[in-house]
Design a protein around this ligand. Structure first.
Ligand code: DGL
Length: 277
């Protein structure tokens, strides 16, 4: 079990923010990444559809005999984590609980902001998690920022238009005097520098990617699944549509060339593997 890879999925490129953190603290682990670029965005879709997609994405990863599934996508974590845990017989880790824990740990004034897709914000998954974890009364101010995903997918990480959009979205949240802001969407850590310029240095940004990586490490250790032996192979990247943009932005983001991203025919996979989900 220990040498088996870890599977990670997201609706697109954003999950690389989680993968990057996993690589940093778990260099021995082989990672298999699936980005569902053909069906992105998830953040505008219904709970039923996101649950179905999440089960299908996980089923794709199971083919690689993964020892754990990391749901890098916030929307899928917010809407489908229970159903995934119920259906898979390996550990499943989402990003919502680790992100909420990080925010509760770091807030001093007990005012936490959450930004995410419309689906994540409407699900209230972060505020529910924060209220469960926090031992004191904590206010949660949430804001859906649906334009930010296309901005990141477009690679506009430091454009004037990006700052205008961020200022508009963050205005109300910042007015509430939050001291901590959860970047509740895989794509937002790519905008971390731009977001920091808008929030100023006094607001602590919670990157669910790094929080999740720590969480994954702890769970693997607890279950005696950490790979303390030799690494089995290279990380592998799959997408359900056009790999070029994924490779281009992904390389820039990971700081190393991302080649050989494979496009898979997901429709064909779904037809031939129906029994898996
Ligand atoms: N991966 C999604 C999330 O973290 C953002 C992109 C989408 O809407 O699918 O919520």
């Amino acid at each position: 079990m220990k040498t088996q890879p870890i599977g990670i999925f997201d609706s697109g490129i954003g999950g690389l923010t989680v993968l990057k953190e996993l690589k940093k603290i778990l260099p021995n682990e082989q990672l298999i990444y699936f980005g569902d670029t053909a069906r992105i965005p998830y953040g505008t879709k219904s709970k039923e559809l996101v649950q179905q997609y999440a089960l299908e994405d996980a089923a794709f990863l199971l083919q690689y005999n993964v020892k754990m599934v990391v749901v890098a996508c916030n929307t899928a974590s917010a809407m489908a984590i229970d159903v995934l845990k119920e259906r898979l017989d390996i550990p499943v880790v989402g990003v919502v609980i680790p992100g909420a824990k990080g925010a509760v740990r770091d807030t001093a004034n007990k005012k936490i902001g959450v930004i995410g897709t419309s689906a994540t914000v409407n699900s209230n998954a972060y505020s529910k998690a924060i209220k469960q974890i926090s031992t004191t009364e904590t206010e949660v101010i949430s804001k859906a920022c649906p334009l930010l995903v296309p901005v990141v997918e477009e690679g506009w990480l430091d454009e004037q238009a990006t700052y205008l959009i961020l200022q508009k979205y963050l205005k109300d949240v910042l007015q509430e005097n939050i001291d901590t802001l959860i970047l509740g969407c895989t794509h937002y850590p790519l905008l971390q520098d731009a977001i920091r310029k808008v929030t100023g240095p006094s607001v602590k940004l919670i990157d669910s990617g790094s929080e999740t990586a720590e969480f994954v490490k702890n769970i693997l250790a607890e279950k005696n699944l950490l790979n303390d032996l030799a690494r089995m192979g290279e990380d592998q990247f799959f997408v359900s549509d056009i790999p070029q943009k994924f490779e281009e932005i992904g390389s820039r983001f990971l700081g190393e060339p991302l080649r050989n991203v494979q496009r898979i025919d997901f429709d064909k996979f779904l037809i031939t593997h129906q029994k898996l989900f």
